[in-house]
Ligand binder design. Structure first.
Ligand SMILES: *Cc1c(COP(=O)(O)O)cnc(C)c1O
Length: 394
């Protein structure tokens, strides 16, 4: 029977986002410049990847990633949320850092394989937990010159986690002394280089009581771009008329959560505007939300700008529009209401990519990784101490 039931030993509502190294494994596929093709996906029962220390991924930041989610529907089925939109965005991000495109069907095959082989790690329908899926791609062969290497690796990891739906609105502040993205830079890509430099600024903001940080446009510092790991949505109410505004900028990651909220807003009969948003306009907003796959819809309580002393307050409780959008999105993701947008995609038994007569034992192939990391043998969820590569049908 596919999919298997969720593991019974997990306290799904208390997972947080700590790494669970005992999931069943990850998927890898390699691209060789010589053949111009991505290899058939391999399922590897191990969280580690063997990589050349001189790979451009480690030295030059030649890397891009995605983040998407899977949930259980009411019937126990596994539903991926908008996976093809994530495939398309990874292709865009990869092009920024000169990585060959991963065709959408190959992305889907690898993502579904990772979910199918880890199906018991997808939380019960009734829980608040989710399966976070992290595809990543990087230049993986040893290569010193700043030219294209000969090999790239695409990997898909999954991690169970818990979002904090219904959290109290959080305070956010503008980051003043750092620009995340240059006007003609890489801000539109989900590439590692856009994130590590932000950490020290978000750490500082958090120490001052701001859990969320906002970036303004680098050129004029007058317009809203996005939060450090999520998109910006502003909501204005005028009687019964609701208007949703989102920034239109080439320097921000095109949020799929935001796009979904806009589609829902239109279906509610609300007005939708995608345009430049001057910072000063925030003063007139009734609700502000930080939106992203990991955070879902995070209501913002206030926006502060330390350099000017401005502080725009939106309220201590989650706004009614935020609540309506969040509930609708959540219900579609979990198959609770009809998916009229065609956003969810089911993971099926054939996505396991098993040979039809898989009664034969799975071949065990060591990938050569030294598992005695820090002197401690790593044992994964299956109690297998050595990495095992599972052959899958092409
Ligand atoms: C991933 C990300 C988002 C949100 O994108 P979603 O598709 O909604 O998950 C927004 N901004 C940044 C900087 C991001 O990295």
């Amino acid at each position: 029977m596919f999919p298997p039931a969720p593991l019974e030993t997990i306290d799904w509502n208390r997972l947080g986002l700590s790494i669970q190294d005992n999931v069943n494994g990850h998927v890898e596929s390699t691209y060789s410049v010589a053949t111009g093709e991505w290899s058939a996906p391999r399922f590897i029962q191990d969280p580690y990847i063997k990589i050349h220390g001189l790979a451009p991924a480690l030295n030059y930041g030649q890397q891009a990633y995605e983040g998407l989610k899977a949930h259980r529907g009411p019937d126990g089925n596994i539903l991926l949320f908008r996976p093809t939109a994530h495939a398309d965005r990874l292709a865009v991000s990869a092009s920024y850092v000169s990585i060959p495109e991963i065709p959408q069907d190959h992305f889907m095959k690898c993502v579904k394989l990772a979910c199918a082989r880890n199906a018991e790690w997808v939380a019960p329908h009734s829980s608040e937990a989710l399966m976070y899926v992290r595809p990543l791609v990087f230049g993986s062969s040893g290569h010193l010159s700043l030219t294209a290497p000969t090999e790239y690796t695409f990997a898909v990891y999954v991690q169970p986690g818990t979002t904090y739906h219904g959290v109290q609105p959080l305070p956010a502040c503008v980051i003043e002394d750092f620009d995340r993205a240059a006007p003609r830079g890489t801000g539109g890509a989900k590439v590692g280089g856009n994130y590590a430099p932000v950490i020290r600024h978000t750490d500082k903001a958090r120490s001052q009581g701001f859990h969320v940080t906002l970036h303004l446009d680098a050129q004029t510092r007058t317009c809203i771009e996005e939060f450090s790991t999520s998109g910006f949505i502003g909501i204005k109410k005028n009687g019964d008329q609701v208007t949703v505004v989102v920034p239109d900028s080439k320097n921000i990651v095109q949020s799929i959560t935001s796009d979904s909220c806009l589609a829902l807003a239109k279906s509610f009969g609300w007005k939708v505007e995608k345009r430049e948003i001057p910072w000063s306009e925030c003063k007139f907003m009734d609700e502000v939300i930080a939106v992203g796959t990991a955070a879902s819809l995070l209501p913002i309580r206030l926006l502060a700008r330390p350099s000017t002393g401005e502080k725009f307050v939106f309220g201590e409780t989650t706004g009614e529009c935020t609540l309506r959008l969040g509930t609708a999105l959540r219900n579609i993701m979990r198959g609770k209401i009809a998916d009229e947008f065609g956003w969810t995609m089911t993971v099926n038994e054939e996505d396991l990519l098993l040979e039809p007569t898989s009664a034969k034992p799975i071949p065990e192939i060591s990938n050569g990784v030294n598992h005695e990391l820090n002197g401690v043998a790593h044992v994964n969820g299956n109690g297998i101490a050595a990495p095992v590569e599972v052959e899958v049908k092409a």
